[in-house]
Design a protein around this ligand. Sequence first.
Ligand code: DQA
Length: 147
Amino acid sequence: HRILVLNGPNLSRLGKREPAIYGHTTLEEINVGIKKAFPDIAFDFFQTEDEGELLEKLFQVEDEGGCIGVLLNAGALTHYSIALRDAISAVGAAVVEVHLSNIYAREEFRSKSVISAVCAGVVSGFGEESYHLGVRALVSLREQGGR
Ligand code: DQA
């Protein structure tokens, strides 16, 4: 079992960034929490502010193989990046879309995700726990033998 935890733009700022919405936990702390919660799973962690780098990471996962899935918080790219959507469709790995906040309970523009339809599913609104639920979803998808 290997899972890539992929975070996009602005998520490096967690802890300092709009704590009323995103909490006080840093991305590093979230990543440590994921490892602790799932000691039997090997994780790769990657964050970038750059759309192209996010796409390249997905292609790398595809080319290297051996990854059961990707947990993706694409940040604002979620709402407008057709390039990201196309990259997710192009790779074989299961991708679970996660968000700390409930994107349906915020500004109107956040309630539209252009990537959801090509992801295996979405977890949104549970803070740090969204990532843990996302890992569980990837593991259970794997066990069901589905995409
Ligand atoms: C987010 C929600 C997005 O709308 C926003 O642009 C983010 C974070 C979340 O985790 O709640 O950067 O993906």
